[in-house]
Ligand binder design. Structure first.
Ligand SMILES: Nc1ncnc2c1ncn2[C@@H]1O[C@H](COP(=O)(O)OP(=O)(O)OP(=O)(O)O)[C@@H](O)[C@H]1O
Length: 747
């Protein structure tokens, strides 16, 4: 049997027409590489004697390398399929070797010298260069501290010619073009240097620690195979182990790349074993969800009896994670209920509800009393409109609160961030409790009035037998704590959390209670810049101790660097604080992909804005572009605009699909609110209605307490950032009249 390692070159795979033949070819290779139909043949005069071609069909040949380990098994490294003559020409020059400085594997399909030869056009993804440094001034030296030609070649191991050209480049686009034509790991290194990374940071993120040692009796070829297995090697070379992986890499091509090729840093966090809770931050599109999915699988494979909970803010996002997890590995055991072995994918609130509804009446009564002060069975009915319930409580309490303290947003936040997590049940406790992190200061008299409203809220909920979702989390946490005190096990061994920035204090309290403190207990992905719901939270206050186990991802896999630059412009001048009160550092946030400049356009009226939207979407739907209609996202600030744009576009002959709940099904462009678009992505995004009064939404600011105002504004700004970063390839932003002030720095 042969071992097949897959390292596809971007020009070497084909549209659907011969996919099944490529699959058949690789499957045969797995079984027996001597089968005559495969025609595995060396190439006369090839630079690398390891190179082979194989017959896929009459017209196409695969280019492979054959490497023997000292155990004797043949290993085939499959690099792609080309028409016969081209395949031979590629095979003659292709080389697979290890880097002499750091031992990393290098697959050279189109030698750099050829790509950079005069008259050879730049790689196709690169748009017209946009100058970013004074004409003629080399860029790299000014952005990456301490860089020099010698360090690039001798410490990092970059190809001298690539390093020289990179140092001479004067624009970011030029550097990214060089990166996209370079050997895989060298390209990753160059992108990081371009974003301001230092040589030391690149060595760390690519996990380079000198060369790979060869044990006694091992050959050069063993050394090469070992190099393919390093984290940097696995970013390009994947050992095909089963049909699922083969199908993913062949049929889904680039879309499935996340399933098999992880950046060395991503892999480090997937496989890392930690003494306690770990926090992974990173800008939009850096693959945080990808890391969580792989990590869930890794933990399940490591211990099939482990109870793994993979959870996030909403059920819709949890459903998307479940779908992706199964497409990553259809053999995974998904648990169907909390506490079962395997991976349980769930929204946080559903998990908390599950704990509540499985409790015994006595335990539930005690937990409800512990959290709300009055016992009772409240497992089945939820408060549906919290804002209304709080307004009613203000009314029925008869307390003359100042306007800003009457707002449901203030009261909900106070209840969730202060009252529930501290399990406050009496006025005295509330008068004494510390309220760190709350924007609005409260004097004693004000606290007493707020407590009266809280009491009214609780009393009417008790009469109706209702609990809100924050309370469900608080009560479930109390149930889990009670059970643990009574010597029972908690319900999970590992909890993996996505979109951590949006979870409230009560949710963190529940998640903390779900798993005992210990190795690999909680693994949290978050991005402070994408906080669009809750208040700022500090994990330490809820017993989640990260103590130095926090890292940041910075390579954006989703958006082009043009879209990224635009989106970062929306956040310009803002400071963001993460779940450990650290300021977010996005200085090395980067993308290796290139595309058109985002378009921003103000129109004089709503009719004109709709006309313009219809014109742009029709262009995108042009069959010649070959875009799937559902890969177009039309994102708006609120439901009213969503209704309006849907009708307006339909009046103009464009069928779209409004997405309100769950995932979209029809094959049409999708219209949805920016909140709903969280965690999703589209090839092209049109932001409709980025007007001055919409972003920030003027109605939100109307009754907001002064102390909460700056936080509300920041969340509104983040909302536009979230919307912009949903675009993989192209972004258009439209508005009527004056555009949002948040667009001032976005170009
Ligand atoms: N190693 C990888 N190789 C190829 N594609 C990747 C890789 N990692 C992530 N991606 C792709 O990048 C995109 C963003 O990934 P993901 O959704 O995990 O990022 P995220 O950090 O969770 O984003 P957000 O915070 O915006 O939700 C996805 O299309 C994903 O498939």
């Amino acid at each position: 049997m042969a071992v097949v390692i897959f390292a596809p070159h971007k020009d070497g795979l084909h549209d659907g027409s011969i996919q099944s033949q490529i699959m058949a070819f690789i499957k045969k290779l797995f079984q027996d590489d001597t089968l005559p139909g495969l025609h595995i043949e060396p190439i006369q005069g090839a630079i690398d004697p390891k190179v082979r071609t194989g017959r896929v069909n009459d017209m196409y040949r695969a280019v492979l390398f054959k490497v023997y380990s000292s155990q004797g098994e043949p290993h085939y490294i499959f690099t792609g399929v080309w028409p016969h003559d081209k395949a031979i020409a590629i095979a003659e020059k292709a080389v697979l070797k290890t880097n002499s400085v750091n031992g990393l594997p290098e697959l050279v399909i189109n030698p750099l010298v050829e790509q950079l030869a005069p008259g050879h056009s730049a790689p196709p993804t690169v748009p017209e260069a946009v100058s970013e440094a004074p004409a003629g001034a080399p860029l790299l030296e000014s952005v990456s501290a301490g860089i020099s030609l010698q360090r690039m070649t001798d410490e990092l191991g970059l190809d001298p010619e690539l390093a020289e050209r990179a140092l001479a480049a004067t624009t970011e686009d030029e550097l990214l073009a060089l990166a996209s034509g370079a050997v895989e790991w060298q390209g990753l290194a160059l992108v990081e240097l371009t974003a301001g990374g230092t040589i030391e940071q690149v060595l760390e993120s690519l996990d380079i620690h000198g060369t790979v040692e060869v044990a006694e009796g091992e050959s050069e070829e063993d050394r090469l195979l070992e190099a393919l297995k390093t984290r940097a090697g696995k970013a390009q070379f994947v050992w095909l182990e089963d049909d699922d992986e083969l199908r993913a890499v062949i049929e889904d091509g680039d879309f499935a790349a996340w399933k098999v090729f992880l950046h060395p840093e991503q892999r480090k966090y997937v496989e890392g074993l930690y003494n306690g809770s770990f926090r992974l931050s990173g800008g939009a599109g850096t693959g945080k969800t990808v890391v969580l999915l792989h990590r869930a699988r890794f933990l399940a494979q490591r211990d099939p009896s482990a109870r793994i909970v993979l959870t996030t803010y909403t059920r819709t996002l949890a459903d998307a994670m479940k779908r992706d997890l199964l497409s990553l590995d259809s053999n995974l055991t998904l648990a169907t209920s909390l506490g079962e072995p395997g991976i349980f994918v769930t929204g946080v609130d559903s998990a908390a509800s599950a704990v509540l509804s499985s409790a015994t009446p006595a335990a539930l009564d005690a937990a409800v009393e512990r959290v709300l002060g009055v016992g009772g069975n409240r497992a089945s009915k939820r408060t549906t409109n919290e804002a209304k319930a709080w307004r009613d409580a203000v009314e029925s309490s008869g307390v003359g609160l100042p306007d800003e303290l009457k707002s449901p947003s203030f009261l909900i936040a106070e209840y969730d961030a202060v009252v529930l997590p501290h399990r406050i049940t009496t006025r005295d406790e509330y008068l004494k409790v510390r309220r760190p992190g709350r924007g609005v200061a409260l004097g004693r008299a004000q606290r007493a009035m707020v407590w009266d409203v809280i009491n009214a809220y609780r009393t009417s909920a008790a009469v109706a037998g209702l609990v809100d979702f924050g309370e469900v989390c608080g009560i479930s946490a109390a149930l889990l704590d009670q059970a643990s005190t009574a010597g029972q096990d908690r319900r999970a061994d590992h909890v993996l959390v996505d979109e951590g920035q949006d979870l409230t204090a009560a949710r963190w309290q529940f998640l903390r209670a779900l798993v005992a403190e210990g190795p690999n207990d909680l693994f949290i992905a978050e991005d402070a810049q994408q906080r669009i719901y809750g208040q700022r939270i500090t994990l330490g206050r809820y017993g989640i101790k990260i103590v130095g186990r926090a890292r940041r991802l910075s390579l954006n896999y989703r958006t082009t660097h043009q879209v990224l630059r635009f989106a970062m412009g929306v956040l310009e001048g803002q400071d963001f604080v993460d779940l450990e009160e650290e300021e977010t550092d996005s200085s090395t946030y980067r993308s290796a992909r290139s595309g058109p400049q985002p378009v921003r356009r103000g129109l004089a009226s709503l009719t004109e804005e709709l006309d313009e939207a219809a014109r742009i979407i029709s262009e995108w739907l042009d069959p010649d572009l070959g875009m799937s209609p559902e890969a177009i996202g039309i994102l708006v600030r609120d439901q009213r605009t969503s209704d309006r744009v849907t009708k307006g576009l339909e009046d103009r002959g464009i069928k779209v699909r409004q997405v309100t709940k769950g995932a979209a099904t029809a094959k049409d462009p999708q219209v949805m609110t920016m909140h709903r678009a969280k965690g999703m992505e589209f090839s092209r995004v049109l932001i409709f209605g980025a007007d001055a009064e919409m972003l920030p939404a003027s109605y939100l600011l109307k009754d907001v307490a002064e102390g909460d105002r700056s936080d509300v504004l920041q969340r509104e700004r983040s909302l536009l950032y979230v919307a912009a970063t949903r675009a993989r390839d192209e972004l258009v932003v439209l508005w009527e009249g004056s555009g949002s002030a948040f667009l001032a720095g976005a170009q």
